[in-house]
Design a protein around this ligand. Structure first.
Ligand SMILES: [Zn+2]
Ligand SMILES: [Zn+2]
Length: 130
């Protein structure tokens, strides 16, 4: 199913493809400007919404309240430190089989899932031994 995207959607997909991690709508707007392909902020939001509905883009909301957008093909999970706020990407996904099973038992087309881990990073847990 190779769907057609409009021009602004294509531009956003190209930017997301070139990034290794998620990006906020605001930064996406700035990134497009840097690449001499400026889009209005409202257009960026509208295109992101359309891409979400089509299962191309996913959004996760960080502890800071900021929403990060990325392509769904980048299935990436993080360890989030509640003390320093750093996020450490992990390169494995333990729920792919579960996803397939749920699709079958519930006849639900799963686009993506979120799975985040919270705690203290090595740095934080070693520095604050009071
Ligand atoms: Zn930390
Ligand atoms: Zn995953």
């Amino acid at each position: 199913m190779k769907a057609q995207y409009n021009r602004s959607q294509e531009q956003i997909i190209q930017v997301l493809k070139s990034l290794k991690c998620g990006i906020s709508a605001q930064n996406l707007y700035l990134e497009l400007k840097n690449r001499d392909q400026p889009l209005g902020l409202a257009t960026v939001y509208r295109a992101l919404d359309a891409l979400k509905v089509r299962g191309t883009v996913k959004s996760i909301t960080l502890t800071s309240g900021e929403a990060l957008h990325s392509l769904i093909s980048q299935d990436q999970h993080h360890l989030n430190c509640v003390e320093c706020g750093q996020s450490f990407p992990i390169n494995e996904c333990p729920v792919h089989l579960l996803e397939k099973r749920l699709e079958q038992t519930h006849h639900f087309q799963v686009y993506y899932h979120t799975l985040e881990f919270f705690g203290r990073c090595h740095q934080c847990s070693t520095k604050s031994v009071l």
